[in-house]
Every structure is written in structure tokens, then in C-alpha cells.
Design a protein around this ligand. Structure first.
Ligand code: ZN
Length: 296
């Protein structure tokens, strides 16, 4: 079974501000230029990162189960109402699992998260400190993680770099999550995008924290960095904690699987270590099992 544990619903201009959309488009053009043709290609305008329900459903064909959420980040101009997620998930409950998104900098974040769980039936939480401009080490956010512990909500962290100019990159260092992981050891967490470009920090954190995982969404279009990250993960013994994910609309699940199958391309004809096919197969078909025991 194939599980895509990281996808978004959002579209311009309803949920995406003008400056964010312009910076996103600029970053997409760079990715396309250096991706070797693997990036998701779409019309290159401010709608390039649109993910409406019909688009999301279409690209999700390859996956058997799909986790979907929005994002709420006042600092960078992103705001997807959680009802958009719960309404969509209700159309395809056999396949989709909806997670909540709240902005920790907003005074009602805890209340909103409770509402998402009890009224909307959402099952996890998406956070992105580099979009929301908050420090995950600040104890004033601990009540949010208390809600996660109470309701057994996993957290998807965009813990890595990103392009918007209006938030701080330093909140995105993977190591900013060590205190949360140690104070809330029972809360499952995913560091998205292999923690790029801090893949080494992500790797050592995932190795030492039993409930911290990572995903390979939207990183294959930087093939050299991707191969290095996967080799590091293999050498430190964390490849069993790498989950399959697309981060649609940044990429599709088909793009990500093709990218993983091509991970050894940059080192073809050299004596450098290969990522074996068995490890690739585990990421595609097996690694979701301890994270989503309800689907086993
Ligand atoms: Zn994401």
C-alpha cells in the first residue's frame, strides 16, 4: 500500500497572499531550471501552487491513503480555513485523512486546535515555523503540544528552508525541535523534506528520538543534494523512518516515486555508495506502518 503523508489544499488568491505567490513562482522557476525535467510542470503563473480538491484528487490516484491539510501563517500571508480540509475529506473518507493547521502566534491557536479535533474530526497538526515566524523552542507554545499529546495528534513540521522573505529561517533548523521531542516523547512528529538543507541535523535528531520521522517530499528536484541526504540517512541507520510524501502542489506522488527510483543517477559510473532498491521499496511500501497503525 502507498501512503502519501504530506499534501496540501490551497489556492491563489483565496488562501495565498500576493507577495507569497510572487516569491513562490520565482522559486518554482529555479527548481524547474535545475530539476532535470522531473519537477511537476504546470502553468507558470501565480496559480502555479494551486491545489483545489479536483486537482488534488486527480494527482492522488497512485496513493491508497493520503494525508491532507492546509496551512495558517499570518506572517507570510497564507491562510487556509480548516473547514476546507474537513469538507473535502468527507467526500472521500475511505482514502483521505485530514489534519489541522493553526498559527501558533495567534492567541486562539489552542482553542482552534481543540475545535479542529472535536468539531471537524481532524487527526493531526501541520506547523511551519519558517512560515509562521515562531520559535518552536519557546515554552509559551507548549500548550499546543499538550493538545497534541491529549488527542494523540501527530505533527507535520516544515522544518527546513523556504523562500518567503517575511519569516525567519532560524526557526526552521531541525534542532529547534529537540526540546519539543524530549518534553513530548509520545507525540509523533515528521520533519518534512528531509530537513533540507540541514539533512545532517535532521538525521541525527531522527536517530535519537524514537517518535521523530522524516519525509522525502519535494526534494528529488535537487538530485545531488538528495543523493547525499539519502546516503547520510543510510549510514546513520534511519532509512526505516523515512516516509513517502509529495507535498502536493510542490510535487506529485508520481514525481517523488520516480525521483526516488533515480536517486543514484548522479553517481552512476562512480564507486560511490548506492541507495539499494530494497531501501527504496521500504520507503514506498512499508515505512508508513508504525506511523499509521490504523491502516495496517
Ligand atoms: Zn507542507
Amino acid at each position: 500500500m502507498i501512503v502519501d503523508c504530506h499534501t496540501h489544499l490551497m489556492w491563489y488568491p483565496d488562501h495565498v497572499g500576493q507577495q507569497y505567490a510572487e516569491e513562490a513562482l520565482a522559486s518554482k522557476l529555479v527548481k524547474l531550471k535545475y530539476s532535470g525535467g522531473q519537477a511537476y510542470s504546470a502553468n507558470l503563473d501565480l496559480h502555479v501552487y494551486d491545489s483545489k480538491p479536483e486537482q488534488h484528487w486527480e494527482v492522488s490516484k497512485t496513493a491508497d491513503k493520503v494525508v491532507v491539510f492546509g496551512i495558517q501563517a499570518k506572517a507570510t500571508g497564507l491562510w487556509v480555513p480548516n473547514e476546507v480540509i474537513s469538507d473535502y475529506v468527507k467526500q472521500h473518507p475511505e482514502k483521505l485523512q485530514g489534519w489541522a493547521a493553526v498559527d501558533p502566534t495567534q492567541p486562539d491557536a489552542v482553542e482552534q486546535l481543540e475545535y479542529c479535533v472535536t468539531d471537524l474530526g481532524l487527526k493531526g497538526l501541520k506547523l511551519g515555523p519558517v512560515y509562521q515566524d515562531f520559535d518552536p523552542m519557546d515554552r509559551k507554545y507548549w500548550p499546543i503540544f499538550e493538545v497534541c499529546r491529549k488527542h494523540n495528534l501527530p505533527i507535520m513540521w516544515h522544518q527546513g528552508a523556504t523562500f518567503p522573505s517575511r519569516s525567519r529561517l532560524k526557526w526552521g533548523f531541525p534542532m529547534q525541535l529537540e526540546d519539543v521531542a524530549m518534553d513530548f516523547p509520545e507525540v509523533k512528529m515528521i520533519i518534512a523534506h528531509l530537513g533540507h538543507p540541514w539533512e545532517e541535523d535532521m538525521t541525527v535528531l531522527v536517530r535519537k528520538c524514537p517518535n521523530v520521522y522524516t519525509d522525502i517530499s519535494a526534494v528529488h528536484y535537487r538530485p545531488w543534494r538528495y543523493w547525499q541526504a539519502m546516503t547520510t540517512a543510510m549510514e546513520y541507520g534511519i532509512t526505516h523512518k523515512i516516509l513517502l510524501a509529495s507535498d502536493f502542489p510542490s510535487a506529485t506522488i508520481d514525481n517523488v516515486i520516480t525521483g526516488l527510483r533515480n536517486v543514484n543517477k548522479p553517481i552512476e559510473g562512480t564507486g560511490l555508495p548506492q541507495i539499494p532498491k530494497e531501501i527504496q521499496d521500504q520507503i514506498i511500501y512499508e515505512n508508513w506502518k508504525p506511523f499509521f497503525p490504523e491502516w495496517t
